[in-house]
Design a protein around this ligand. Structure first.
Ligand code: FDA
Ligand code: NAD
Length: 428
């Protein structure tokens, strides 16, 4: 059996939802567009899973956070897809793809053919087993990538009132989940191999601000080591965690956030890969002209940096989706993607934004010692401001640092930049 569509989006996450909205806005006809997703729900705003979804009260639940509410756009419920003639094939994985024949084979045995394919398969969480530790299947060991992971995490939280959690990994998942666990009155110990949290983005000085804040909320940090093994009870639940430095901690639950790997497997050997993702040009077109890739899985040229990057953040997922659809439907009117990376996080009452690139010399401003303060940093590379971080800013201040990293003003005197601080960005 088989069906044919003009446009197929493979994957039903953030970028798929934004692509669907853009297709409909550009006037796709009923029956031309199909989304295939192995998740059982329509595309939703994944960032909610580590924040609102884990709250002890008034927790976010679907359908409230279907895309595209995160960008203050329409909320695309299953009814919306139906009304606009977009075929949603949910709870269905694609198990093989043939880009020469332009076909996908699903886990239900259906062959779906396309004229244009958008790969929006995102990424999967790396498992402890990939680092030589067994135990991921225990019911109190939680990862966080999709709704089913989030439900398992909520169950573990509810089964551990006042209990102890170990959070493995000091990146985004680790930091955001640790905050959510504390809000749920669970005692948290964070374990990660680096010298400070969020090592991919933050400098030691900025990271230390967040670590001190977390400590003030009762979080303990064990740094410079990794998990070595688990002990289990007779029901297969993890009871103790042993670290490589010899520390043993008794636990009620474990949360693991140790990076992701893009879901490229279906296309290896068929499309050109780069930076662990699918290599695309500034129109999001892959090495096969009928196939596009967007979101976490795409390695696209970031003009301002003069190189390809694969970003793992929601803003690039949303904007790459819109741009790819524009490239497909109006190629003559669509230029190359021109994008400045944007990352953010919200934990407890803290909130930060980062724009651009964290390369070059760092110039700090504001008070990094006081809790609840406004502070930030600029990254100056080859005489230009290329990156900017701001904690606790206003909307206007965030817009100012965004504009600054887009314009990349020249800076000769770093001391003067430090003296002007946030005022420099506001005046740009
Ligand atoms: P996404 O992962 O959203 O979707 C991929 C889809 O493809 C899934 O539906 C998957 O099931 C499906 N799929 C994969 N293989 C398939 C196959 N073979 N067949 C069928 N379907 C398949 N970013 C940020 O900037 N700020 C934030 O606060 C957060 N917070 C956050 C929290 C949590 C818990 C996570 C996990 C991630 C974030 N992120 C974030 C990152 C952000 O969510 C991420 O960059 C986007 O979801 C990427 O969107 P994609 O559409 O590329 O992948
Ligand atoms: P990450 O890259 O942010 O952090 C991974 C962390 O894993 C590192 O900080 C490191 O401490 C740790 N680590 C690596 N190897 C380890 C090992 N052997 N043992 C223990 N720890 C180890 O990735 P993540 O936190 O897993 O997040 C997954 C994805 O979700 C990322 O793409 C991230 O961008 C995305 N996400 C983004 C946000 C946001 O933008 N606010 C929020 C949540 C998730």
């Amino acid at each position: 059996m088989g069906r044919a569509f003009v446009y197929v989006i493979l994957g039903g996450g953030v970028s798929a939802g934004y692509a669907a909205l853009e297709f409909v806005r550009r006037g796709v006809s009923h029956g031309e567009l199909c989304i295939i997703s192995n998740e059982s729900v329509a595309p939703y705003e994944r960032p909610a899973l580590s924040k609102g979804y884990l709250l002890p009260e008034a927790a976010a639940r679907l359908p409230s956070f279907h895309t595209c509410v995160g960008a203050n756009e329409e909320r695309l419920t299953p009814k919306w897809y139906k009304e606009h003639g977009v075929e949603l094939v949910l709870g269905t994985g694609v198990k093989s793809a043939d880009v020469k024949r332009k076909t996908l084979l699903t886990t239900t045995g259906e062959t779906i053919s396309y004229k244009f394919l958008i790969i929006a398969t995102g990424a999967r969480a790396l498992k402890l087993e990939e680092f030589g530790v067994n135990g991921s299947d225990a019911e109190n060991v939680c990862y966080l990538r999709d709704i089913s992971d989030a439900n398992r995490l909520v169950n573990a939280i509810q089964s551990s009132p006042g209990g102890n959690a170990v959070v493995i990994g000091g990146g985004y998942i680790g930091m955001e989940c640790a905050a959510s666990l504390v809000i749920n009155k669970i005692n948290v110990t964070m374990v990660f191999p680096e010298a400070h949290c969020m090592a991919r983005l933050l400098t030691p000085k900025i990271a230390s601000y967040y670590e001190e804040y977390y400590k003030s909320r009762g979080v303990k940090f064990i740094k410079g080591t990794v998990l070595s093994s688990f002990d289990f009870d007779s029901n297969g639940k993890v009871t103790d965690v042993t670290l490589r430095d010899g520390t043993k901690l008794s636990v009620d639950m474990v949360v693991v956030g140790i990076r992701i790997r893009p879901n490229t497997g279906l296309f290896e050997g068929q499309l050109t890969l780069e930076k662990g993702g699918i290599k695309v040009n500034g129109m999001f077109q892959s090495s096969n002209s009928s196939v596009y890739a967007i979101g976490d899985v795409a390695a696209f040229p970031v003009k301002a940096f003069g190189e390809k990057r694969r970003l793992e953040h929601v803003d690039s997922a949303r904007k790459s989706a819109k741009h790819a659809v524009s490239s497909i439907m109006e190629p003559d009117k669509t230029g190359e993607f021109d994008y400045i990376p944007f990352f953010y996080s919200r934990v407890f009452t803290l909130s930060w934004q980062f724009y651009g690139d964290n390369a070059g010399e760092v110039v700090y401003y504001g008070d990094l010692s006081a809790s609840g303060s406004t502070f930030g940093a600029y990254w100056v590379n080859k005489g230009h401001v290329v990156g900017a971080f701001l904690e606790g800013g206003t909307r206007e201040e965030y817009e100012a640092i965004a504009k600054t990293t887009t314009l990349r003003p020249a800076v000769e005197d770093l001391t003067e930049l430090e003296r002007q601080g946030l005022g420099f960005a506001v005046a740009v």
